[in-house]
Write a new protein. Structure first.
Length: 134
């Protein structure tokens, strides 16, 4: 019998986190290998977001109080990152401007490049973590 953690909404949430982890990791890997010298800060932020998504995906899929705390921390860091980097990209766009080109990260402009999923996902994740039983 599947647990509440791996059925229904939990399964969908973990799947979306997994897809975002793969997308962010692929993007960050390419940027770091091919273009890091062009825009080190945004590309480093892309790597950081990828690592957060990987950790969140694993922690959400695991059982136990320790993994639940790790998931809570990872999803909270994700939300803080989206809000801080999203606001910074709007209020101080020069931070993300390299050679006259606006460089986007997973979290810049509140995740616009990913359909705002990075903004909505941690909110849903925190609600789900709060409501589920460990």
């Amino acid at each position: 019998m599947p647990s509440a953690k791996t059925s229904g909404l939990g399964r969908v949430l973990i799947a979306v986190y997994g897809v975002l982890a793969l997308a962010a990791t692929g993007r960050a890997s390419y940027e770091l290998i091919a273009k890091f010298d062009e825009a080190p800060l945004p590309y480093s932020l892309s790597l950081f977001s990828a690592l957060v998504y990987i950790l969140a995906t694993i922690a959400l899929a695991k059982r136990g109080k320790t993994w639940n705390r790790i998931a809570l921390i990872a999803v909270s860091v994700e939300l803080a990152g989206v809000l801080v980097i999203g606001a910074a990209s709007l209020l101080m766009p020069e931070i993300f401007n390299y050679s006259g080109k606006q460089i986007k990260t997973v979290w810049s402009f509140f995740g616009i490049a990913y359909g705002f999923v990075p903004l909505v996902l941690p909110v849903l994740g925190l609600i789900w973590l709060k409501r589920r039983k460990v």
